[in-house]
Write a protein that binds this ligand. Sequence first.
Ligand code: IPE
Ligand code: MG
Length: 227
Amino acid sequence: MDGNGRWAKQKGMLRAFGHEGGTKSVRETVEASAQLGIENLTLYAFSTENWNRPKVEVDTLMRLLVSSLKKEIKTLTDNNIKLKAIGNIKLLPKKVYKELNEVIDFTKNNTRMTLTLALSYGSREELINAIKEISVKVKNNIISVEKIDESIINEHLYTQNLPDVDLLIRTSGEQRISNFLLWQIAYAELYFTPVLWPDFKKQHLYDAIIEYQNRERRFGKTSEQIS
Ligand code: IPE
Ligand code: MG
């Protein structure tokens, strides 16, 4: 979800206004995804690198997170959506951490869609943690080196219960991944749109999905093998 700052600047407003505007797109995208029958939606809300932003901006984002969680608990409940989080969430301010865990707990039996928030998330950090955990298990003879395969790696990532990414959407015209789910997007379809995140509406999601439906996913095979 990129482009909040530029959206605000275009309107002669402060960056915080852009983040506020972005929360509306979050609600719209979450609702539209659930209505479409998407089982998993992951939103990259805050990266490990975002901690390096000016303190006032980080504080604003954290405050918005708490208020959105409080406000959206109804949207999640009404739409039967389960909330999860990936990332180093222990680094979040206590208030955010507490609210987040409350909503996760409150929605844990919902079944229609899993909404995962990537918070204080960095893919390299996730991989480093996985390597450390697996190394300890190897050292303690819990797993043998020969047994290490894709599923062992998957089980040690924050995303352990999530499937591989099918479609990755990045808004705001930037064409980069920015340390997001590097392992999990190995065969994802990438979609870049110039739309700034606060302007991202249902129709933009539909456009991305229609484009996705027209891609041929070959997973290394030939076109003939697929059809
Ligand atoms: C995305 O918008 C929101 C977060 C990273 C939390 P930005 O804040 O990155 O907006 P730009 O890139 O400055 O326009
Ligand atoms: Mg940005």
